[in-house]
Design a protein around this ligand. Structure first.
Ligand SMILES: Nc1ncnc2c1ncn2[C@@H]1O[C@H](COP(=O)(O)OP(=O)(O)OP(=O)(O)O)[C@@H](O)[C@H]1O
Ligand SMILES: [Mg+2]
Length: 239
């Protein structure tokens, strides 16, 4: 398959991008460990101590109802604190990151990461202009590209993948393809896998696209590569 005539964009520096995500990841792991995990440990040990006192054979050791209430208040505060930290993480990482960066930069970042982690080469073609899209649409395109690249890497037996992002008057189109092993789409989509493992990738792509009112198509044949075509409405809700 030939790439269409397009404008290629300069990509951000790959190692700088990875370094940033690696640093971010370390910080998140440490924050979670030092924050909510420690609060949960403390809450568990207080529950343990309270339990032991409540079943003590010695009347003297058994706590009064007021003392139990005080312990429960402390345990509640620890759990509350852990929840607050976790909610803060969720709030800090998911939506704003996507909202700040435009669709092209989000998809480029993903491709760079995929290339670095797998050693594959992804030919990215962008036909401008790419309109702003609402965050849910951006997330759908991001997740589909992520899964399509991962499938090509895991199943196609080739180290080269192709991506084309373009706009139409009514939305944004994304095509992802490879020239690898291919597969019998009908058989894969209708038959349960032999190993009883759930296959969520292709089904997830279809469902995500349907959620934002777009269309999804997959073409593949053994020995002839795989081609995924997605269209999503891009003007219904701009950022
Ligand atoms: N690009 C591709 N090249 C070759 N075969 C593919 C490709 N994409 C999908 N397939 C085939 O379709 C099957 C279903 O893909 P799907 O993404 O739904 O599940 P999966 O990748 O096996 O598991 P997961 O649930 O982790 O995504 C794959 O197991 C593979 O046989
Ligand atoms: Mg998959």
């Amino acid at each position: 398959m030939k790439l269409p005539k397009v404008v290629r964009r300069n990509r951000p520096n790959a190692s700088a991008f990875l370094e940033l995500t690696e640093r971010e990841l370390c910080r998140i792991v440490l924050d979670i460990h030092d924050g909510p995990v420690q609060d949960m440990y403390a809450a568990l040990s207080q529950i343990d101590a309270l339990q032991k006192k409540l079943v003590s054979p010695d009347d003297q050791d058994r706590p009064s109802p007021e003392a139990v209430a005080r312990s429960l208040t402390q345990i509640g505060a620890l759990i509350q604190n852990a929840l607050w930290s976790i909610r803060n993480f969720i709030g800090a990482f998911a939506p704003p990151e996507f909202q700040k960066r435009d669709l092209v930069s989000v998809l480029e970042g993903l491709i760079i990461q995929h290339e670095e982690l797998t050693g594959c080469r992804v030919e990215l073609a962008i036909t401008p202009p790419i309109p702003d899209v609402a965050p849910p649409v951006k997330i759908v395109l991001y997740r589909i590209l992520q899964e399509a690249l991962s499938n090509a890497y895991r199943h196609a037996g080739t180290d080269r993948q192709y991506v084309h992002l373009y706009s139409r008057s009514d939305g944004v189109g994304l095509e992802v393809w490879d020239e690898g092993a291919g597969f019998d789409v009908e058989r894969v989509l209708t038959q349960a896998p032999a190993d009883r493992r759930m296959r969520v990738g292709l089904r997830g792509m279809r469902e995500r696209v349907a959620l934002v009112g777009g269309t999804f198509a997959i073409e593949s044949r053994p020995g002839q590569g795989t081609h995924i075509t997605v269209w999503v409405p891009g003007h219904a809700g701009r950022q």
